[in-house]
Design a binder for this molecule. Structure first.
Ligand SMILES: Nc1ncnc2c1ncn2[C@@H]1O[C@H](COP(=O)(O)OP(=O)(O)O)[C@@H](O)[C@H]1O
Ligand SMILES: N[C@@H](CC(=O)OP(=O)(O)O)C(=O)O
Length: 467
């Protein structure tokens, strides 16, 4: 059995959905279909999830909700019309959105989560109806029916561990396909919470583990995961196989093609993921697996840059001798419900690298004031123009001269890294670079990786012939 997830780009229009349905019905093992909300039809278009966020803004601000509601519904009308499905489903969805606005939510964040989840909820309803209209044995099944529960932040929820046993109990009727909305589930109080953005990948992964499937196929709009974001380098090298931990590091650092948290449930169950293209379903795509062919171990697999960080630099003499200094600092962060991503340090210096999304101006002011009052650093600076460059590959640590070559490539491109972190993760090298040079840095390291790739391939061939 397979889980098949389709991203928003694969479901943006009637013709795209038609391709997705053909893919599902072409293989009898494809029994669990996870759908995102309709995405961008072309560049510059707006995803339904972002329109729903606007609708939530209007509800919160008490402004007119009708224009954006109609814009959202028009996306579903177009798809329904393409398949000749009676449009009474749209009236149902309109009433549903109206009901949502009339409900009470524990906090504004829960309200946003509930609205943004509707893109997937409504799409799964429509897709199931379109498939039934085509005499395909398909039905809508929601996260509640499957027993998926979540905990944590309403817009960055995590699945509870007991969900998996409930999913395993779910009874799939013989030969039927279930259509499941991605991206959201309910918490123990029955409130809707979403995963982080791009989180339909996570739903697919949770179901892959819960049903213990043979393969999780993740359909998108590219034929491979590439060694670098194709927006930065044209026609980059395709990656045939990625290990779980390579994908996790690259997804975390900017490979938006697969959500970084989505890798966790499949790792726990040892299930392979196949990233494939809805527009070219015969192409092999990229496999994400526990291990890969040893011949590929010494390559730079991929390079990414993440600009979603801010740095907090602290200087105070004798930090190294002060017992509990870092504990105190982290207690201040905890008070503001902020976690940190990385913490490079020196004898008298420490930098905290924090996800931008976690810091409102108020929190930043509060953290600054508390640190000054309680820790009294000699120097405290925030810097926003910071990007983390991640160079990833299994076995990179065994390449003695690689860091030197990377530094030379960056220097040739006029880039001076402000931070180096190698060793904590044995499969990646992390460099801090100025945000405005992040793309240039990715290009420089990618070019080096192409030379490196062919050298290693050559060496492997020689090794094989010597063996
Ligand atoms: N290294 C990469 N390899 C492939 N695609 C990438 C990479 N980095 C970023 N992307 C982008 O990810 C996009 C697919 O992800 P996403 O837009 O989330 O798709 P979906 O709508 O299927 O969920 C691609 O169109 C591509 O622009
Ligand atoms: N629709 C949600 C969830 C998602 O996973 O979407 P996509 O598969 O289009 O990245 C979002 O935009 O975040």
């Amino acid at each position: 059995m397979k889980v098949v997830k389709f991203g928003g780009s694969s479901l943006a229009t009637g013709p795209q959905l038609e391709k997705a349905i053909n893919i599902v019905t072409a293989d009898a093992d494809r029994r669990i279909m996870v759908v995102s909300a309709p995405g961008k039809r072309q560049s510059g278009d707006t995803k339904v999830t972002d329109l729903l966020s606007k609708l939530a803004d209007a509800v919160v601000d008490g402004t007119d909700t009708e224009p954006v509601t109609e814009e959202i519904l028009s996306r579903y009308v177009d798809i329904a019309r393409y398949f000749g499905v009676p449009t009474d489903i749209i009236d149902r969805l309109r009433r549903h959105l109206g009901d949502m606005a009339a409900r009470n939510y524990p906090t504004t964040d829960y309200l946003y989560a509930a609205f943004m989840a509707q893109g997937e909820f409504m799409n799964a309803q429509l897709v199931a109806e379109v498939m039934a209209h085509q005499d395909i044995n398909a039905r809508f099944v929601g996260p509640r029916d499957l027993g998926i529960t979540v905990t944590g932040e309403p817009r960055a929820a995590t699945v509870t561990d007991d969900s998996y046993a409930r999913i395993a109990q779910f009874e799939l009727h013989p030969d039927e396909i279930i259509v499941v909305p991605g991206f959201f589930a309910y918490d123990k109080d029955g409130n809707i919470a979403t995963f982080a953005r791009g989180g339909s990948d996570i739903t697919g992964s949770i179901l892959a583990r819960g049903f213990n499937v043979d393969l999780y196929e993740n359909f998108t709009d590219v034929s491979s995961v590439y060694a670098v974001d194709p927006h930065i380098v044209k026609h980059p090298r395709a990656i045939r196989t990625l290990t779980y931990r390579e994908m996790r590091e690259l997804a975390y650092s900017g490979f938006s093609v697969f959500n970084d948290e989505a890798i966790i449930p499949v790792i726990q169950a040892g299930i392979r993921v196949n990233v494939k293209n809805t527009n070219d379903p015969e192409a092999r795509g990229t496999f994400i697996a526990p291990t890969k062919d040893v011949n590929h171990h010494h390559h730079i697999t991929g390079v990414a840059a993440n600009r979603n960080f801010v740095g907090l630099y602290l200087h105070r003499y004798l930090i190294n001798t002060q017992v509990g200094f870092t504990l105190h600092l982290l207690q201040i962060l905890r008070k503001y419900n902020v976690s940190y991503e990385h913490m490079p340090s020196g004898i008298d210096d420490l930098t905290l690298i924090i996800d931008k999304g976690q810091l409102s101006p108020d929190k930043k002011r509060g953290i600054t004031a508390d640190i000054k009052a309680e820790i009294a650093p000699d120097q405290l600076d925030w810097f926003d123009d910071f990007a983390v460059l991640m160079i990833v590959g299994e076995g990179l640590y065994a390449q003695n001269d690689l860091l030197a070559r990377i530094m030379v490539s960056l220097a040739d491109a006029g880039i001076a890294p402000t931070m180096i972190n190698q060793g904590a993760s044995r499969i990646s090298i992390m460099l801090g670079v100025p945000a405005e040079q992040a793309d240039d840095a990715v290009r420089a390291v990618y070019e080096l990786s192409c030379t490196h790739h062919s050298e290693v391939t050559q060496a492997n061939k020689q090794q094989v012939s010597l063996d």
